[in-house]
Design a protein around this ligand. Structure first.
Ligand code: GAF
Length: 394
């Protein structure tokens, strides 16, 4: 498995963040360390903001945050992530009297500011901190949600809230809406907070309840392949998909597409343009596929699970139109390997990663085959369902 990206140990990441903290803040030691994971979604794509089901798992790739409170109202945050834009240090004062904390430059700091603003136990003390991440940026593995949830978890150590985990995920989702301008659903923040080692989470995005689905069979591997492409369309495409779904639900007379059936859609065909029809069709079918897939996983019916993954990918490609040539190539390459159960794009789309479910003994073969059949330069991660956000020892 020589060609897989190593997953850095959380301990090493904390040691590095601590070193950067000492270097940035006059040799002081941080008092608190936390981390929050990225995620991979196994199935249930673009269903969360339609109040549907999703089936993600938390990754061993995490954002770490170390730091200490200050005696004043000043915040200083340094990122150890060299892939983000400069400057890598931001300083700001906590706003007084519930004034909003405006987003600005650099972009990475907006996730910190957003969470500070939406934190559920105000007023906060000032703090100094360093963030470091092993979640690839812009790879569709929720680097932003992992940063938001890490910041929230860090703030809980300085100024405890009531500990409500779902409310924590919702506050982080709000931060993304207001400070990153992405009208995302709840999936990424939810699984980053509530992920469980050895399990995927079947999340009902209407009731915000989750069921644990065991996923720790040693004969099974979850392989993530990063296409290493990101198309610039992403910015406007995500909000436009969300709008199309809301329009479709309104035309069908439903509060959300979760409440619609394929028959409702068929009956309204004359009142929907063909694009909106296809968007709604993807969502309605994907919600159903996700519940079927969770059932298949519980039964150990990996072939059936894999078949649903491929159906999901094809629907995202043809009906929802959020895939791209590179992701399609990766999926079809993976599906050409004996021992692969299924493969699909994961996350928002237009680049980023695919997720492939396969027999452990097929991993080397699959990586070799994908490399030979992909026109770009892929990177690979072999992952395991991991624990959600947590406090670490220093
Ligand atoms: C992004 C969003 F942040 C999620 O809420 C979800 O909608 C996903 O795209 C698509 O399933 O990751």
């Amino acid at each position: 498995m020589a060609s897989c990206c190593p997953v850095p140990s959380v301990k090493d990441m904390v040691a590095e963040a601590r070193r950067v903290f000492q270097e940035s803040f006059g040799g002081q030691d941080p008092e608190v360390a936390v981390c929050a994971p990225g995620r991979v979604n196994l199935i249930g794509e673009h269903t969360d903001y339609n109040e549907g089901f999703v089936l993600p798992m938390a990754l061993p790739l995490v954002t770490v945050m170390v730091g200490s409170r200050t005696r004043d109202q000043n915040v200083s945050v340094v990122t150890a992530n060299e892939a983000v834009e400069e400057p890598r240090r931001v300083d700001f004062e906590l706003p007084k009297d519930n004034q909003p904390l405006s987003p600005g430059q650099p972009n990475w700091a907006n996730y910190v500011k957003g969470v500070v603003q939406h934190y559920r136990a105000q007023p906060l003390p000032g703090f100094r901190a360093v963030v470091a991440s092993s979640v690839p940026l812009g790879g569709g593995l929720s680097s932003s949600a992992s940063l938001e949830v890490a910041v929230y978890t860090f703030l809980q150590q300085l100024c405890p809230d009531d500990g409500d985990k779902v409310a924590k995920a919702v506050a982080c989702q709000k931060a993304e809406h207001t400070h990153a301008g992405v009208p995302c659903g709840i999936m990424d923040q939810f699984v980053s907070v509530l992920g469980k080692e050895g399990h995927a989470l079947l999340i009902d995005c209407r009731s915000l309840e989750a069921t644990l689905v065991p996923l720790a069979d040693p004969s099974l591997v979850i392989l993530i392949t990063n296409s290493n492409v990101r198309h610039s369309l992403t910015g406007s495409e995500y909000p436009s998909r969300r709008r199309q779904c809301e329009e479709a639900a309104a035309i069908l007379g439903k509060g959300s597409l979760r409440e619609a059936t394929l028959q409702d859609l068929e009956d309204a065909k004359g009142r929907l343009d063909s694009v909106t029809f296809r968007r709604a069709r993807h969502v309605i079918e994907e919600i159903w596929r996700t519940t079927q897939a969770a059932e298949a996983l519980k039964q150990g019916a990996y072939r059936e699970f894999g078949r649903l993954m491929v159906e999901s990918h094809n629907s995202l490609r043809d009906h929802y139109e959020v895939s791209c040539k590179e992701l399609d190539e990766l999926v079809s390459a993976a599906m050409g390997v004996e021992g692969v159960y299924g493969s699909r794009m994961t996350g928002g789309g237009f680049g980023g990663c695919t997720v492939t479910l396969l027999e452990a003994e097929a991993v080397d073969r699959a990586i070799k085959h994908i490399k030979e059949h992909y026109s770009g330069s892929p990177t690979f991660y072999i992952t395991k369902p991991s624990e959600g956000a947590r406090v670490l020892s220093l």
